[in-house]
Design a protein around this ligand. Structure first.
Ligand SMILES: CC(C)(COP(=O)(O)OP(=O)(O)OC[C@H]1O[C@@H](n2cnc3c(N)ncnc32)[C@H](O)[C@@H]1OP(=O)(O)O)[C@@H](O)C(=O)NCCC(=O)NCCS
Length: 187
């Protein structure tokens, strides 16, 4: 891995004067953070909805990602307030690729372009700092906000897993998108 685990806690990616990304540690877990992951509207298009979240399992998750040499879990901060998360994870170093996922937990920040900025910044970090050449992601076909974010960030649809998830009792497709390094512009 290019960055030592001991250095991880110092990683801050500045997006603009209001917004930055910071590697999460146990200290960053708040009641609000736990509440987002039990908010049906926030989690409805993710597999998190299948299990009740509490401080203990979130702590384990954050600890695990912090000590992993193939995951970078960032909090998204706006005016010093933690409003969501973005992760590049399960990095396959030999293949120079990783998978991105994100949510804005504080719904009053939806629709302001913050996820788009955060994804763009993590793509820059992944390709320039981590030297990854490929970033992939997947989303439920009905998740139009995610579809739009990936499109705005230059991801291309690479395929569909047909009937891959259950949503409201029906089977739905999961769309697979990918980003290739040569298309990434530095912010
Ligand atoms: C998906 C999510 C991260 C988007 O965050 P955001 O900061 O609101 O995203 P942005 O503002 O950067 O972009 C959202 C885009 O989707 C569009 N959008 C939102 N809801 C939409 C809908 N129902 N149909 C079509 N477009 C929609 C917005 O208009 C915007 O596009 P625009 O800039 O062209 O107007 C946020 O909605 C969220 O956290 N949702 C719950 C968790 C989730 O779904 N995570 C992703 C799992 S793959």
């Amino acid at each position: 891995m290019i960055i030592e685990i001991s250095e991880k806690k110092n990683i801050v990616l500045t997006i603009n004067k209001n917004c930055y990304l910071k590697i999460l540690t146990e200290k960053d877990i708040t009641k609000e953070y736990v509440s987002w992951l039990n908010d049906e509207e926030v989690i409805k298009y993710t597999d998190i909805r299948f299990s009740k979240q509490n401080t203990i399992n979130i702590k384990n998750f954050v600890k695990n990602k912090f000590s992993s040499n193939s995951d970078f879990l960032f909090g998204i901060y706006f005016d010093e307030i933690h409003i969501g998360n973005i992760k590049i994870g399960e990095i396959k170093w030999h293949h120079k690729k990783g998978e991105i996922s994100f949510f804005i937990g504080n719904k009053s920040f939806w629709g302001q372009g913050i996820a788009t900025l955060a994804v763009t910044k993590v793509l820059e970090f992944a390709t320039i700092k981590l030297k990854l050449e490929k970033v992939t992601a997947g989303y439920y076909v009905i998740n139009k906000a995610s579809e739009r974010v990936f499109k705005k960030c230059g991801f291309k649809v690479e395929g569909k897993k047909i009937n891959d998830a259950v949503f409201n009792g029906k089977r739905i497709d999961v769309v697979i998108v990918g980003y290739n390094k040569e298309k990434i512009n530095k912010l």
